[in-house]
Design a protein around this ligand. Structure first.
Ligand SMILES: Nc1ncnc2c1ncn2[C@@H]1O[C@H](COP(=O)(O)OP(=O)(O)OP(=O)(O)O)[C@@H](O)[C@H]1O
Ligand SMILES: [Mg+2]
Length: 402
């Protein structure tokens, strides 16, 4: 724009328009508020209808104002815009415009310097009411905030769900941990039970061995010592026998301590072990003992099983010697289809099998039989001798290779 624009030319629309008139017309009828001022002193020299409407002044009133009077000078932006305009010839920025009523209006201003008539530097300033934009922006911001709030709510609800899931997981974890603790405790209890059961078994086995074996050996040793005392003629032989039984008892206790008891019978064989034992007894007592068994039948027998059979025989023979006053004993051990049958019979005084006694020999016999799911029965009557029968079902615990 290089020409001055006289503001009285509104009527130019009705007449033939020169280029100057066109500029004037555009200036006057622009929907945007425009003000023209002198650059050096700020005096307003023209303002269009939109500017009058925006600021609330009449055209005449505005021509009495200076440029800086219609802006809030407390606004730092004003100085910046003036500085920028002086340097670059134009400036753009947001400023508060003061209306005639004194109210402040937020506006965006575009200020451009141009050279007018007589080389006078003039400024055309366009004002844009920002209230609508601000309201729209606020609306947009509100919408944005709503979206952000909704997102937040969603995130919160998702995080709530995540928290619930975490809580659920934590709960499950707790349950698993406590289940593991319970199973760990149960295992510990089972282990403790197993250990105490094992200890009990060892204790019981030791007790049985001491009673059924070592006890018998020491009893035999005592018998030979008594014989030696009563019979000076064979004193030396009887003392030697007593010494032998004592030594065997010592050896058996040593094996017990080392857990080698099973090996003894494994190396010797059940039949041989029983015959050896009865031979010794027959030397010491006036009794005849017959053995009806065959080691070849016992080839596949488990060594613990053989030892238990041996201990049962040992205890019952000892009972016969102690209580039966028998002259003849028969021992048999044979297989009958799916069972092994052990029998020890005597022709002694017999006894009342229903009577309770202090002894532990018979209960040891029964417990050894039960270990193999077997059954021990005593058939006896006063004066009728006694027959012990033990039936062992053949199974994994009786045989080495089934
Ligand atoms: N063959 C038998 N003839 C007669 N009585 C017997 C015979 N076997 C057992 N008895 C009787 O049964 C009782 C119980 O025997 P058990 O072996 O349990 O105990 P004990 O021999 O008396 O003592 P322990 O064996 O503990 O040294 C004996 O006291 C005895 O009276
Ligand atoms: Mg006994």
């Amino acid at each position: 724009m290089t020409t001055d624009l006289p503001r009285q030319c509104k009527r130019a629309r009705m007449t033939r328009l020169t280029p100057d008139h066109l500029h004037q017309n555009a200036f006057d009828n622009s929907l945007l508020p425009n003000i023209i001022s002198i650059a050096d002193n700020g005096k307003i020299i023209a303002a269009n209808q939109a500017a009058e409407k925006l600021l609330g002044y009449s055209g005449k009133e505005l021509l009495l104002k200076k440029f800086e009077e219609i802006f809030s000078l407390t606004d730092d932006h004003f100085k910046k815009i003036l500085k920028q305009r002086a340097a670059a010839g134009h400036a753009i920025g947001n400023l508060s415009v003061i209306k005639k009523s004194g109210r402040e209006l937020p506006c965006q201003i575009t200020s451009v310097v141009f050279i007018g008539d007589n080389n006078i530097r003039k400024v055309i300033t366009t004002l844009v009411d920002r209230r609508q934009g601000i309201r729209m922006q606020n609306g947009i911001d509100l919408e944005k905030n709503k979206i952000v709030a909704a997102d937040l709510l969603l995130a919160l609800s998702e995080s709530d769900a995540t928290l619930t899931r975490l809580h659920h997981l934590e709960h499950k974890l707790d349950e698993e941990i406590s289940a593991n603790e319970v199973s760990f405790k149960l295992n510990a209890i089972h282990m403790a039970d197993a250990v105490s059961e094992a200890k009990e078994t060892v204790r019981s086995d030791l007790g049985k061995e001491l009673h059924d074996n070592v006890n018998q050996l020491l009893a035999a040793s005592k018998i030979y010592m008594d014989l030696a005392l009563r019979n000076p003629a064979n004193q030396r032989d009887h003392i030697n026998k007593s010494s032998e039984y004592t030594a065997t008892a010592i050896e058996e206790i040593r094996k017990l301590a080392k857990g080698l008891v099973h090996n003894a019978i494994r190396n010797v064989g059940l039949c041989t072990a029983i015959e050896e034992m009865t031979r010794g007894l027959m030397e010491a007592y006036p009794i005849k003992i017959h053995c009806d068994m065959n080691d070849e039948q016992h080839f596949h027998l488990n060594s613990k099983f053989k030892l238990d059979v041996f201990r049962i025989v040992q205890e019952q023979v000892n009972n016969i010697i102690k209580h039966a006053q028998a002259s003849c004993v028969r021992i048999s051990f044979f297989r009958q289809e799916d069972i092994f049958v052990l029998s020890v019979g005597d022709d002694g005084v017999g006894f009342d099998t229903g009577k309770k006694t202090e002894g532990i020999g018979i209960s040891n016999i029964k417990s050894r039989a039960e270990f193999y799911k077997g059954l021990a029965t005593f058939v006896s009557e006063a004066g009728q001798g006694c027959i012990l029968t033990v039936q062992f079902p053949i199974g994994e615990s009786t045989m080495d290779n089934l």
